[in-house]
Design a protein around this ligand. Structure first.
Ligand code: 11C
Length: 330
């Protein structure tokens, strides 16, 4: 059996990557239809599935599609999801529009594929959440998570293609001694780090930081787990890095934890400090697996604490790959 698949937002960073992942994973595509804004409609693009003409996403007829990947914006998803699901089309939504809706499953397939049930609308988590969730869930099952503290090092591609262009332009202008103007980020990102991703909330955390808290709890079905996060944008192109500290219910030995993490689906262990091997954005770029390394006993929580570093390609595991993995489960 093969399926008519639509990508809504096919010209964006995530949309383009979904096309590649569908092809690489031999997803059974009968027909691939690409949709974007009215502005891009009518343009033809070359894809791994052949030349395809972009259609206007606002005019899509969902009765002709079995699965639609939504990668435009939260507002657009809110306006269009019902139209699609009532035409019997599955929607895998990359935005945050439905993630916190109790009726909509929020899925990382390695962890909670069962949550999909018979829902026609499935939410794809924030990239920062999905990347951390893979090692955290394995550790949770074995040792029980008591507390989680995360600090992130997030790539410009988290803000889409425009974020990556801003880094390139600013770097060029900076090195040529020209004026550096920021539009996408709150401050210049070239040669800088910005501890501010998404809007500030009433509790002084940002929405990106709170997404990690809300979403991890929902995916793990653990509504009370204490999680705290600081999200920082750094001048890299792709791949989010995350420094993670956990306190566990049961005692945790770093050697055992390393053995466990090395066997988890979706993880590539990069932990050999004698040879300077650890997770890094340049290595994790374009990889499906999340790299995990620098695994060590945490000095504060002692034998009930672990500290490690994770790098995951946020356009892949954090977006396109996770979305296609959800479609595979359907
Ligand atoms: C970033 N994590 O790096 C964000 C991008 O909720 O899907 C993804 C936002 C989301 O800026």
């Amino acid at each position: 059996m093969s399926y008519n698949v639509g990508i809504m937002g096919a010209t964006g960073a995530v949309g383009k990557e979904i096309i590649e992942v569908l092809h690489e994973r031999n997803f059974p595509v009968e027909q691939l239809r690409l949709f974007a804004s009215e502005r891009s409609a009518g343009k033809t693009i070359d894809t791994l599935f052949g030349s395809i003409t972009i259609e206007n996403a606002d005019m899509a007829d969902y009765s002709q599609l079995n699965i639609a990947f939504f990668a435009i914006s939260g507002d657009w998803s809110k306006k269009n999801a019902e139209k699609a699901t009532s035409a019997d089309c599955y929607v895998i939504d990359n935005s945050s529009a439905f993630r916190y809706d109790d009726k909509v499953p929020l899925v990382v397939p390695e962890i909670n594929a069962d949550a999909i049930g018979n829902s026609k609308l499935i939410a794809n988590p924030n990239c920062t959440t999905a990347i951390a969730a893979i090692p955290l869930y394995a550790l949770h099952k074995k040792y029980g998570l008591k507390k989680v503290i995360i600090s992130t090092y997030q790539a410009t591609s988290g803000a889409g293609a425009a974020g990556m262009s801003e880094l390139t332009e600013e770097t060029k202008n900076y090195l040529e001694g020209k004026e550096v103007k920021n539009k996408v980020f709150a401050h210049p990102i070239a040669f800088n780090t910005i501890p501010h991703i998404d809007s500030f909330q009433e509790n002084d955390y940002t929405r990106e930081e709170m997404k990690v808290v809300w979403e991890t709890r929902k995916i793990f079905s653990e509504p009370d787990i204490p999680i705290s996060c600081t999200c920082v944008r750094i001048p890299t192109m792709r791949v989010h890095g995350e420094s993670i500290v956990i306190e566990t219910e049961r005692s945790i030995d770093p050697v055992d934890a390393k053995k466990l993490l090395g066997q988890v689906e979706g993880i590539e262990l990069k932990d050999d400090i004698e040879h300077n091997i650890y997770p890094m954005p340049l290595n994790a770029t374009k990889k499906y697996d999340v790299e995990v390394g620098r695994i060590r006993q945490n000095l504060v929580f002692g034998d009930h604490g672990l500290e490690f570093f994770v790098c995951g390609d946020q356009i892949l595991k954090g977006a396109a790959l996770n979305a296609v993995q959800i479609a595979e489960k359907l």
